[in-house]
Design a protein around this ligand. Structure first.
Ligand code: ZN
Ligand code: ZN
Ligand code: ZN
Length: 223
């Protein structure tokens, strides 16, 4: 009955064998090879525990929506969620997906990632937190990090201005360690097999990284 979960993208390649101990549940886990099946199961169990006693219920469609969001450390658009739910027999009506996503966000089991107009399963469900998101523009991996120090600084600034903060979303765009390493290799033209590589990441400087400012296409421009 259940569709096969898509392979988790952030653990492609050298994923450790199932049963290997999980890296600490901090933001680094999202970018490191790990047993994501166990990781997702653990997060789902925490989400269930967080909901217990609140009177709210993980109905089948809400649970399936959360499972879909937790399949990888990345954000997913509502439309993609809807397609997956439809494939699982929950119908094609957009409100089904939107209501489930809304429920998960409202109960702190998922977050809205505004920059991407998408949603991500919360990796710290049941804890009072306002996360900071680190989003890799190379592979779409997304990590949720605690934001206490950032928030403290922001609250101080807001308070000094007499501003009442109602909602904060902090989303940083950049490159995860693997993509940063690939971009670095590509920049140095050394991929280990002796040919020049035109990388698809790491070329358009967003301001802070890298030295050269020759963004855009590399090579192929002839004379
Ligand atoms: Zn994981
Ligand atoms: Zn969270
Ligand atoms: Zn990446």
């Amino acid at each position: 009955m259940k569709a096969n979960p898509a392979p988790p993208r952030s653990t492609e390649g050298d994923a450790p064998p199932p049963g290997a101990p999980l890296p600490a549940a901090g933001p680094a886990r999202a970018f490191a090879a790990h047993d994501h099946i166990a990781c997702a199961r653990q997060t789902l169990a925490r989400a269930e525990a967080a909901l217990a006693g609140t009177g709210a219920r993980l109905t089948p469609v809400r649970r399936r929506t959360l499972e879909i969001l937790l399949e990888a450390h990345r954000a997913m658009g509502a439309y993609e969620v809807l397609e997956r739910l439809a494939a699982d027999g929950f119908g094609h009506q957009p409100p089904v997906a939107y209501r489930a996503l809304e429920f998960l966000v409202e109960h702190g089991l998922a977050h809205r990632i505004r920059r991407l107009n998408a949603f991500a399963g919360c990796v710290f469900p049941g804890t009072d937190h306002a996360p900071v998101f680190l989003i890799c523009r190379g592979c779409d991996a997304l990590a949720e990090a605690p934001s206490a120090p950032v928030r403290a600084a922001l609250d101080a600034v807001a308070e000094s201005a007499g501003f009442q903060v109602e909602r904060v979303s902090i989303e940083a765009l950049g490159l995860c360690p693997a993509c940063a390493a690939r971009a670095q290799e590509a920049r140095s033209g050394d991929c280990g097999c002796g040919h020049e590589v035109a990388p698809d990441v790491g070329q358009d400087n967003d301001g802070e990284r890298g030295g050269g400012k020759d963004g855009g296409k590399d090579g192929g421009e002839g004379a």
